[in-house]
Design a protein around this ligand. Sequence first.
Ligand code: SF4
Length: 335
Amino acid sequence: MARIGITTTVPVEVIYAAGHVPVDLNNVFVSSPACGELIEEAELAGFPRSFCAWIKGIYGAVRRMPDLGAVVAVTQGDCSNTHALMETLQCEGMEVIPFAYPYERDYDLLRAQVEGFARRLGTTLEEAQAEMRRLDRVRRKARRVDELSWKEGLVRGLENHLALVSCSDFEGDPEGFATKLDLLLEEVAKRRRDEGFRRAEDMVRLGYVGVPPMAPELYEYLESLGARVVYNETQRQFSLPFDTGDLVEKYRRYSYPYSIFYRLRDIRREAARRRLRGLIHYVQSFCFRQVEDIILRRSLDLPMLTLEMDRSSRLDARTRMRLENFVSVLRKDRG
Ligand code: SF4
């Protein structure tokens, strides 16, 4: 059994079916108390200052994980910065396993990718398919957490974020992660009788789109302003909330690696049914996805605040002030 690093959601069913354990390197980096040091280590190794901090943090994290057996490189559907990271790791002796999401979501091309990925790890699509049934039981719990966020307003934005973002690798222990979700669901159920717990209904309902934040304290800060995130776009996608028993189709419906126009369909639908008052578009400094802000602004009929962050895992004074102004304007609009 080996630990296999991933940098974005890939068919983890294949990794589990092959008897290995996936490790989402983004989560390792962002939850590390030494986040800043990991970035600095990458810069000392030669990564430029003007480069995505996620990439540098992942590089630093990998260097501190001598037991990592291989890393999956998403060669289509992620970003060119990740390519450069993979080549650097390969150059340092790491085994790199490629996987690609076909841009036009072609079923047969994606199936060929999943089969190739399975062959490389010594398993089959059929075995991965059986693994999906086990993982889907855990995903349904995360989906329930998400539903309780927007339908009953009983889940904090940070709780929603953590429950969904962790579905990329199930924290390497699907059963252990399922137990954590059960405990959260029990806690949330108690809030139904707790008059002191603030419902999303009484707050400014927000959506969060873009890559997950470098500073998760954003959620708590918004709560302190009387606003709650009831839609985490990308994190929700990581939980693959699609009703299909076909593994290939599941990853074909997953929006993050495909075009912005496909993502927009999901954002529009969720913004309407979750009754969002506004959107926060998080962009990472030096990321190509910043340009998607243009399309989002042109395509969505909702007030939107674009937040750019670089390497700090804390919100600075300017960001806090911008969030405060945004929430205050939305509250006034609501009357
Ligand atoms: S934030 Fe952007 S540049 Fe950085 S790893 Fe993600 S997609 Fe790539």
